[in-house]
Design a protein around this ligand. Structure first.
Ligand code: SF4
Length: 213
C-alpha cells in the first residue's frame, strides 16, 4: 500500500528527551519560512493530485500534531475528500481531543503514547479518552517509542493496565540512536508481548532528519 504523507506544522508538546524526527515541522524558525496556509478545498485538491501521481490509497496526516489544526477545517477536509475511498491515518501524540465525528470517516489514529524518555508525561486523560473512543470504534492503534529499559518497563505497565484487553494493535519502536532495535526485539520476545515492531525505515534508507522522507 502506497502512503501519501501530509505534514502539519506545530506541536503542543516538546519531547525534550530527544530531537523530534521532524524539527522543521515543529520549530517555527524553520517551518515559517515555507509554511503555506491552505483552505480545506485547496488541500483536498492537492492531496487528490498527489494520490493520482503516486498511486497512493492511504493518506497519513502527521506533523507536528495534526489535531492542533482547527477541528472544523480537518473535518471539512475529510468531507471534501469524501467519495475518494482513501484510508486515513493520523499520527498524533494523543493529548489533543479527537472529535467523535472523525470516526464517520475511514480515519485511524496512531497514538504515540509518551514514555519517560521523551521528557513528556506518560499519562494524559485526553489520551485515555481518545483511546477509549478508538476502542469503541475499533479504529487506530497505539505506538510506544522506547529509549531504554525504564521506557520498556513503563510501556509494559501501560499496556497491561489500559490496552491489553482492548482490540487495539500495539506497536513498539526504538528511539533512533538511543536503543538498538535488536535489543528491543529481545526484550519483546523475552516477555512474550503481542506487540508489533515499528522501524523508522526512512532513517535507515535516507538518514535521520532528511527532508521529504
Ligand atoms: S509529540 Fe511528536 S511531533 Fe511533537 S515534539 Fe514530540 S516527537 Fe515531535
Amino acid at each position: 500500500m502506497v502512503t501519501q504523507f501530509v505534514r502539519f506544522a506545530g506541536c503542543n508538546l516538546k519531547c525534550p528527551g530527544w530531537p523530534c524526527d521532524s524539527q522543521f515541522a515543529i520549530d517555527p524558525k524553520l517551518f515559517r519560512k515555507e509554511q503555506q496556509l491552505l483552505t480545506p478545498a485547496d488541500m483536498a485538491n492537492r492531496i487528490r493530485g498527489k494520490m493520482l501521481d503516486t498511486g497512493a490509497t492511504n493518506v497519513c496526516f502527521t506533523g507536528g500534531e495534526p489535531f492542533l489544526q482547527v477541528e472544523s477545517d480537518l473535518l471539512n477536509l475529510l468531507d471534501e475528500l469524501d467519495g475518494e475511498e482513501f484510508k486515513y491515518e493520523v499520527f498524533t501524540n494523543g493529548t489533543m481531543p479527537i472529535h467523535e465525528d472523525f470516526f464517520d470517516f475511514d480515519v485511524h489514529p496512531v497514538v504515540d503514547w509518551k514514555l519517560p524518555g521523551s521528557g513528556e508525561a506518560d499519562y494524559s486523560q485526553t489520551r485515555m479518552d481518545n483511546v477509549g473512543m478508538m476502542t469503541d470504534y475499533e479504529k487506530g492503534c497505539v505506538k510506544f517509542t522506547i529509549a531504554g529499559e525504564v521506557d520498556f518497563r513503563v510501556a509494559r505497565t501501560v499496556w497491561s493496565t489500559y490496552l491489553r484487553n482492548t482490540n487495539l494493535e500495539v506497536f513498539a519502536g526504538a528511539v533512533w540512536n538511543k536503543l538498538d532495535t535488536r535489543t528491543l526485539v529481545g526484550w519483546i520476545q523475552d516477555k512474550r508481548l503481542p506487540w508489533r515492531l515499528n522501524v523508522q525505515v526512512h532513517n535507515y534508507i535516507y538518514g535521520a532528519q532528511t527532508r521529504g522522507t
